[in-house]
Design a protein around this ligand. Structure first.
Ligand code: AMP
Ligand code: FE
Ligand code: FE
Ligand code: ZN
Length: 321
C-alpha cells in the first residue's frame, strides 16, 4: 500500500504486538528515573473535535516526547488508519475511541464518556452503536443550529458540517460557527450557559453505559471511564453505578484529568482502589479547541501494560525503526 504521507510508512494491517513501548532509551518496565515512558491515553484529532489531523497528532506526540499515545476520537475509528500510516519512529499508537454514553437510571439522564482501547473495529455490535451515535449527533447538531437560527443567529448547518470536515460532529464545530459569526471569541466562551453549555444544548441519543461496557468487552477492548468525577462538566453518576460497571467489566478510571479538582482525583483513586480498577491520567488533547497541552497528564507504565495484556481486539502499533 502506498501512502500519501511523507513520513515513513507502515501498512495499517501489519499489526505488531508489542509487550510495551519501545522508545529510544526507555524501558517498558520503568527503569531508572528519567527513563520512564511517557504515556498519554486520551487525545482527539480531526476525526472528531480535535484540530490536528491524525497524522499531525502522532507526529506532535513524538515531538513533545511521548512514547505512547492513544487516539480516542468521539464515536469513531476513522482516524486509526491515517494515524497508523504516519506513525513516527519511537511512538506506540494505542487505537481507541471515546464513546458517548448515558446513564438512564435517573431523570434527567446523565451523559458520560467511556474510553475504549484496542477493540476490534469490525465487531458488529459496537460498530453498529458507533454508527448510530454518529448519526444521532448529526440530528442533534442540526436541531441546535435550528434553535440558534430561530433566535435570529446567523449560523448554518452546512458551515458546521464543513467545520467537522467528515469527522464526528460535535458542539465544538457549532462553536466555530458562533466564533465566525462574531458572537463569541473562543470555543470555551461558546460553552457558556447562554450558548452551547445550556441554553442551546440538546441531549444526544447516547449508548446505554452498561451496554457500552459489555460491547467493548465483546469486541476485545478495554473500557475505562473518562473523567468520571468532573463535576465542572455537569452531573456525575453515583458510585453505585461505577460499582455495577466494574462488575460488568469496566477496567479502569481516568483520575488525572484537567477537569478534575485535586479532591476529585483523590476520590477517583480511592474508588478505583476499593473496586480493583486501575487509574489513568491523560491530556484529553483537542488541539486549539482546548488549552490543555498534549502529554500534560500521563499514565503509569504498569497500568499501560495491564491494558495491553488484557486487550483482545487489535494490537498496539509501533512506529518504524
Ligand atoms: P458534544 O460531544 O457535541 O456533546 O460536545 C462535547 C465536547 O465539547 C467535548 O468533548 C469537548 O471537546 C468540548 N467541550 C466541552 N466543554 C468545553 C469547554 N468548556 N470548552 C471547550 N470545549 C469544551
Ligand atoms: Fe471532545
Ligand atoms: Fe470526554
Ligand atoms: Zn475526550
Amino acid at each position: 500500500m502506498t501512502s500519501p504521507e511523507p513520513a515513513p510508512t507502515r501498512p495499517p494491517t501489519s499489526d505488531r504486538s508489542v509487550p510495551g513501548p519501545e522508545p529510544t532509551g526507555a524501558s517498558a518496565s520503568g527503569g531508572a528515573a528519567g527513563d520512564v515512558p511517557r504515556i498519554d491515553l486520551h487525545a482527539h484529532s480531526t476525526a472528531s473535535d480535535g484540530t490536528l489531523t491524525p497524522a499531525e497528532l502522532v507526529r506532535t506526540a513524538r515531538a513533545v516526547g511521548l512514547d505512547v499515545l492513544a487516539l480516542t476520537d468521539h464515536d469513531t475509528t476513522s482516524g486509526w488508519e491515517p494515524a497508523a500510516r504516519a506513525l513516527p519512529p519511537g511512538l506506540t499508537l494505542i487505537r481507541g475511541a471515546e464513546l458517548s454514553c448515558r446513564w438512564y437510571g435517573t431523570e434527567p439522564s446523565i451523559p458520560l464518556h467511556l474510553l475504549a482501547y484496542l477493540f476490534d473495529p469490525d465487531a458488529p455490535g459496537l460498530a453498529a452503536e458507533l454508527a448510530r451515535v454518529r448519526a444521532a449527533r448529526e440530528v442533534r447538531g442540526e436541531r441546535i443550529v435550528a434553535l440558534l437560527r430561530a433566535d435570529g443567529i446567523d449560523v448554518s448547518w452546512s458551515e458546521v458540517l464543513a467545520y467537522a470536515d467528515g469527522g464526528t460532529v460535535g458542539r465544538p464545530h457549532i462553536a466555530q460557527a458562533l466564533i465566525r459569526a462574531g458572537l463569541v471569541a473562543s470555543t470555551a466562551e461558546a460553552f457558556a450557559p447562554q450558548w452551547l453549555g445550556e441554553r442551546y444544548r440538546l441531549p444526544k441519543d447516547d449508548i446505554d453505559v452498561f451496554r457500552a461496557v459489555e460491547l467493548v468487552r465483546q469486541a476485545g477492548g478495554v473500557p475505562v471511564l473518562a473523567h468520571p468525577r468532573a463535576t465542572r462538566r455537569g452531573l456525575i453518576v453515583p458510585d453505585t453505578v461505577i460499582v455495577e460497571l466494574a462488575a460488568l467489566g469496566l477496567a479502569g478510571l481516568e483520575a488525572d484529568h484537567e477537569d478534575h479538582s485535586s479532591a476529585e482525583r483523590a476520590a477517583v483513586r480511592a474508588l478505583a482502589g476499593r473496586l480493583g480498577l486501575f487509574v489513568t491520567g491523560s491530556s484529553d488533547f483537542h488541539g486549539t479547541h482546548k488549552t490543555v497541552r498534549l502529554g500534560a497528564y500521563t499514565t503509569g507504565v504498569e497500568t499501560y501494560e495491564r491494558i495491553v495484556a488484557s486487550a483482545r481486539g487489535v494490537a498496539p502499533l509501533t512506529g518504524p525503526g
